[in-house]
Design a protein around this ligand. Structure first.
Ligand code: RB5
Length: 162
């Protein structure tokens, strides 16, 4: 059997539990990060930075976010850089992480239903605020379908680097 399958907890529908969501970005994503945090006040946000306009390296923030998801400190993550590409590559270097770069709500829905993604990645320079909000809302309110997708999800975890 596969070891530690990093199964993602299901969303707390109709309960008083507050979902913990970690968010991290490089300098290209600071404005969008703040917008998303202020748009969703029902979630408990764990803000891992960055917080200013000084140039930083997206791998550092992708790794910070991955660690927080890996340890279970947050259930889900939102990762933002200019294109969304760099920070998604960084986060996906962890075997516990399934980071999905999403350009629309359908991708966000499928990333949860089929892939059990635990981080949604956004390109702040390519995706407008309202669309990004819709993507994050869809991501955080869609459950993994399980069934045949479970076996495939588990194969991703098995192949990942320790
Ligand atoms: C930083 O300028 C930019 O390269 C970064 O935000 C991201 O787009 C990388 O994938």
């Amino acid at each position: 059997m596969f070891e530690a399958l990093a199964s993602t907890p299901q969303k707390p529908y109709n309960t008083s539990m507050t979902l913990k969501v970690a968010i991290a970005c490089d300098h290209g994503g600071v404005v969008l990060k703040e917008y998303l945090k202020s748009s969703f006040t029902d979630y408990e946000w764990i803000d891992l930075g960055t917080n200013g306009s000084d140039s930083v390296d997206y791998p550092d923030y992708g790794y910070k976010l991955a660690e927080v998801i890996k340890t279970g400190e947050a259930e889900y993550g939102v990762a933002i850089c200019g294109s969304g590409i760099g920070i998604s590559i960084a986060a996906n270097r962890y075997k516990e992480i399934r980071a999905a770069l999403c350009n629309n709500a359908t991708m966000a829905r499928l990333s949860r239903e089929h892939n059990d993604a635990n981080i949604v990645c956004l390109g702040a320079r390519l995706t407008g605020d309202l669309l990004a909000k819709e993507i994050v809302e869809t991501f955080l309110t869609t459950n993994f379908e399980g069934g045949r997708h479970e076996r495939r999800r588990d194969k991703l975890t098995q192949k990942g680097q320790p």
